[in-house]
Ligand binder design. Structure first.
Ligand code: SAH
Length: 468
């Protein structure tokens, strides 16, 4: 007999034999801050996720791009404070509902991450799970500040400790000690280390915002640090040990220019010289669902789909699939995109654009479309809830009928990571809207910071808004 062949129709939500839905939980580490320090495996889980429950130390930039529902479970002042019990209940609730849940934690889930408690709960409910490690803050800080945690002849052991609570600070005998959670207890930790008999000349480093664009590192000896009155801002690590060199304040990360990317990306900043900080200046969720539903049901009324950017593609298809339709319902339409990113996003849904127009050509969209002979068409224009009137009027100039459709909400970023302009060297504006949104958040741009614009329209907008 040959090998048995089984066709496996795994439904996304894993319906069990008894017809009861069963979810799946990934307890995953997001790494220390640099969004690129996430593992391939975690990224895959995030792509599969229906629900992402994320913590304080996870950057919005990292999870913004995934379509899952995102639930913030941290302790930011202006939002609901989740207790561990409540987080456990949330995980269980979504998993029992048959969802794929990613419980995303800063760093590694098993280093001061309470991953163990969540597993106990999952076991209690018989929910299936797996654990994906992350780069813990100590490892991130070590690489990004050039502090080896072990070093031949200088340090042959390392311990990870916590500076909290104050009355239980441990000082192990290892050559290097890394203390987590020290923002309010640095001096208590240093006193405890000195009391244990370590020499006053032992090297000490404080690393704030390790691996992020605004990483700061301060070094000195144990004695110097004990005399210093310097506030330490969270998140911060305290590293003690003589593998801390003298030049780490001028480390490789410090030498790179930090460029703030508003909106789209640009190839003009090679990663060997720049650190790109993505700051979308917009919120990409929320749509006029009723209008979207109506448009999807009357697709026959349109003969051209025009995608202005990758978000319009992403969210349009999100709703198309959600409504039970697929790309075949667009078969009669011509599809145009503005720019590469939208065309690439389109390919993810198995479609190749008929036309890709370059928005910064001198003649604008109208010229490009005229060249392509696009006039007297019925155009559906998915985009944000703030209609780009300029684009609409250009399309209408050519006698097209244009129906804008809000598939996502664009506003200034309210939630999440505020940008620390002190750590930024250059700002790249990708569109006039980004200039305006940015202006709503920051009234001025410090002289020190250079500015670059994607195209002529954006540059004009920048001059008008910030220099005019
Ligand atoms: N599971 C996490 C640690 C959570 S405890 C990990 O593996 O990294 C929270 C503490 O981690 C913070 O108080 C701080 O001491 C440390 N931490 C996390 N991210 C950090 C960062 N980017 N820079 C410095 N310290 C960080």
């Amino acid at each position: 007999m040959g090998n048995s062949v089984s066709t496996h129709h795994a439904p996304r939500n894993g319906v069990s034999a008894r017809g009861q839905k069963k979810g799946y939980v990934y307890i995953a580490g997001a790494g220390p801050g640099d969004p690129e320090l996430i593992t391939v495996k975690v990224e895959k889980a995030l792509r599969d996720a229906d629900v992402i429950l994320y913590d304080d130390l996870v950057s919005m930039e990292l999870i913004d791009q995934y379509s899952a529902i995102k639930i913030y479970t941290g302790k930011r002042k202006d939002s609901h404070h989740f207790e561990q019990e409540e987080i456990n209940r949330e995980i269980v609730r979504h998993a029992m509902d048959g969802k794929v849940v990613v419980r995303l934690k800063g760093g590694d889930p098993f280093i001061f991450g309470r991953g163990g408690e969540e597993i106990d709960t999952l076991r209690g409910y018989g929910i299936r799970y797996e654990i994906i490690p992350g780069i813990t803050a100590a490892h991130g800080a070590s690489s990004y500040t050039e502090i080896p945690l072990t070093m031949r002849k200088i340090s042959s052991s390392v311990a990870f400790c916590t500076g909290h609570p104050v009355d239980r600070i441990q000082v192990p005998e290892t050559d290097t000690i890394v203390y987590y959670m020290v923002a309010s207890t640095v001096h208590d930790v240093l006193d405890a280390v000195a009391a244990k008999g370590r020499s006053g000349s032992t090297m000490v480093a404080v690393v704030q915002n390790a691996t992020r664009y605004n990483q700061k590192v301060y070094t000195g000896t144990l004695d110097e640090f004990r005399k210093r009155e310097r506030a330490v801002y969270s998140p911060a690590l305290l590293i003690i040990g003589d593998s801390i060199g003298q030049f780490i304040e001028h480390n490789w990360h410090e030498r790179k220019k930090k460029v703030l990317m508003t909106g789209g990306d640009s190839g003009r900043y090679p990663s060997t010289d720049y650190i790109k900080v993505h700051f979308p200046c917009r919120q990409v969720s929320g749509a006029d669902l009723k209008a979207v539903q109506q448009a999807l049901e009357s697709m026959g009324a349109y003969d051209l789909l025009f995608f202005q950017n990758k978000f319009s593609v992403k969210y349009f298809f999100h709703y198309l699939f959600q409504s039970g339709k697929d790309v075949r319902s667009l078969a009669h339409m011509t599809i145009c995109t503005a720019g590469d990113a939208a065309a690439e996003e389109l390919q993810k849904s198995g479609l190749v654009a008929d036309h890709m127009v370059e928005p910064d050509g001198k003649a604008g969209y109208a010229g490009c479309l005229e060249d392509l002979g696009i006039s007297s068409r019925k155009i559906l224009l998915p985009g944000s809830n703030h209609v780009d009137e300029f684009l609409v009027s250009e399309l209408r100039e050519l006698e097209n009928q244009v129906t804008p459709l809000g598939v996502y909400a664009r506003g200034t970023q309210q939630e999440g990571d505020a940008i620390d302009l002190d750590s930024i060297d250059e700002i790249y504006f990708s569109s006039p809207i980004c200039v305006r949104n940015f202006r709503n958040m920051f009234f001025t741009i410090p002289e020190r910071i250079t500015v670059a614009a994607a195209d002529r329209r954006t540059e004009e907008e920048y001059r008008k808004v910030f220099r005019g």
